[in-house]
Design a protein around this ligand. Structure first.
Ligand code: MG
Length: 168
């Protein structure tokens, strides 16, 4: 295995936590397909998946995943202090820190990511609809934004690579 394919402990944990919270790589790749299919006529799921995997290699993305999921889990167990406990538990719309953490992910591949993120956050297709289902009893205040942001970042990466830009 070459160096760039090495999976660090941090990446491994971030991937495990996503799965544990019910989010698969396929779920995120589906969002990328949803965002990009109209721009690339020969787009494949494999290509979407590859771009999601590249985004998950970034340390700032792994840190955002762990931080957000940790706060969601603590809120679910009612282990945060007030007023934060109620704010995160009810997913208070003016809180905004969940989106700030998502922006740190979107930012990784430049500004097209923001348009994709805004769009998918409004439409809430696929896994995002599931994560926003409040009747499940789970708290995904941070995770829904993080998943949308990973999809948006993977979409910008895909768009940049289709345009011939090289990176990592
Ligand atoms: Mg949120």
């Amino acid at each position: 295995m070459s160096k760039e394919h090495k999976v660090t402990e941090l990446e491994k944990t971030a991937r495990e936590w996503l799965l544990d919270r019910g989010v698969t790589i396929k779920d995120i790749a589906d969002l990328v397909y949803y965002l990009q299919a109209k721009y690339h006529e020969d787009l494949t799921m494999e290509h979407c998946t590859e771009n999601v995997n590249k985004v998950l290699k970034k340390r700032e993305v792994q840190n955002a995943i762990l931080t957000g999921i940790q706060l969601d889990r603590l809120a679910e167990k009612k282990q945060l202090e007030e007023p934060l406990q109620s704010t995160i538990e009810v997913d208070e719309s003016l809180y905004g820190v969940d989106e700030i953490i998502a922006f740190s992910i979107v930012n990784v591949y430049g500004s097209i990511g923001f348009t994709n993120y805004g769009y998918i956050d409004k439409q809430k297709p696929g896994i995002l609809e599931k994560l926003n289902d409040k009747s499940s009893g789970a708290c995904h205040t941070f995770l829904d934004d993080i998943v949308g942001a990973i999809a948006a970042a993977a979409s910008s990466r895909l768009a940049h690579s289709a345009a011939g830009d090289s990176e990592d």
